[in-house]
Design a protein around this ligand. Sequence first.
Ligand SMILES: Nc1ncnc2c1ncn2[C@@H]1O[C@H](COP(=O)(O)OP(=O)(O)OP(=O)(O)O)[C@@H](O)[C@H]1O
Ligand SMILES: O=P(O)(O)OC[C@H]1O[C@H](OP(=O)(O)OP(=O)(O)O)[C@H](O)[C@@H]1O
Ligand SMILES: [Mg+2]
Length: 331
Amino acid sequence: MSGTDKMTNDAPLVLAVPSKGRLQENATAFFGRAGLSFVQARGQREYRGQIAGLGGAEVAYLSASEIVAQLSSGSAHLGITGEDLVREQVADADASMVMLAPLGFGQANVVVAVPQAWIDVRTMADLDDVAATMRARTGRKLRVATKYVNLTRRFFANHGLADYRIVESLGATEGAPAAGTAEIVVDITTTGATLSANALKVLDDGVILASEANLVASVRAPWGKQARDAAAAILSRIAAEEEARSLREVRAVLNAVSPQRLGEIAHRLGARLPFGAAGSDGVVTLHCPRKAVFPLVEELGKAGADDITVRTLDYVFRRSNPLIERLLARI
Ligand SMILES: Nc1ncnc2c1ncn2[C@@H]1O[C@H](COP(=O)(O)OP(=O)(O)OP(=O)(O)O)[C@@H](O)[C@H]1O
Ligand SMILES: O=P(O)(O)OC[C@H]1O[C@H](OP(=O)(O)OP(=O)(O)O)[C@H](O)[C@@H]1O
Ligand SMILES: [Mg+2]
């Protein structure tokens, strides 16, 4: 689709949200914090819904893996999904998608795991030796059970490991060695409980990818005016909530301090004076990084401030934000 077609196509924005599995609850909570709640008209065909009080957008409820497919093809504009699925399912993900932000949930590693009984096998180099020996002695290739076929191929190739064969697994991958269908596995793990239960261990250099849930945008989706406006509204709320969480509001009465001195204190501690210098009542409002709160309070005290209060904020809206900038740079 050419740039002109993209602009004239005025389809609503499609926001893809996990409808099941590990990411569902956290994703809904994430949008909720940003003041985005979903209304799902019952009996609607397809899994479609709306965002309360926000026009020009539709919510598509899909599995995490289907979300990747739709972002990649351009059927959805924005979505939440796991980076593991993006890297596995899309060869050149950075050409068709923009990872707007990691979300701090859905953390899991894609790892190479071997039987604990292989006590001398600790690294990919050791595994390479095992594979070569096995090939030489038996003529058979090391079998790797996984649903992460592409991530496995790329990682093994980068480690110069070629004597293996992938056994595609659709579930219960960790059971494959015990079942005798593969020698080793590549799978996703969080607590490691499933690996342990199956007497498997992760190789020291066997972490293929440290994944987490991401807010992802599609480059190929039809970004007409309606979709752009809806994206701006959604991303501004998400960014405002994130910004608020990283900051504290510090207020104080500062009569005897020069604007220069105040500016210097703020600058040194990474704080801003969003509403400018003190008014006639001497009250100043600072926004400072969470970690700088107490140093800032001390500095203000030394400068003669009285009645210093610190508050958390719900939202800090700015004219622009890193999320929308990252998106606009690509569409
Ligand atoms: N312990 C975990 N195991 C699997 N996935 C996890 C885990 N923790 C976080 N995730 C993330 O959640 C994503 C979705 O996994 P989940 O198992 O919920 O999907 P699913 O709905 O079960 O899909 P499928 O039926 O294909 O497994 C994973 O791709 C990964 O990004
Ligand atoms: O390290 P742990 O915390 O034990 O988690 C890892 C397990 O969780 C996932 O399976 P899931 O429960 O999603 O089942 P599935 O493979 O059928 O999707 C994954 O495939 C592992 O089997
Ligand atoms: Mg699963």
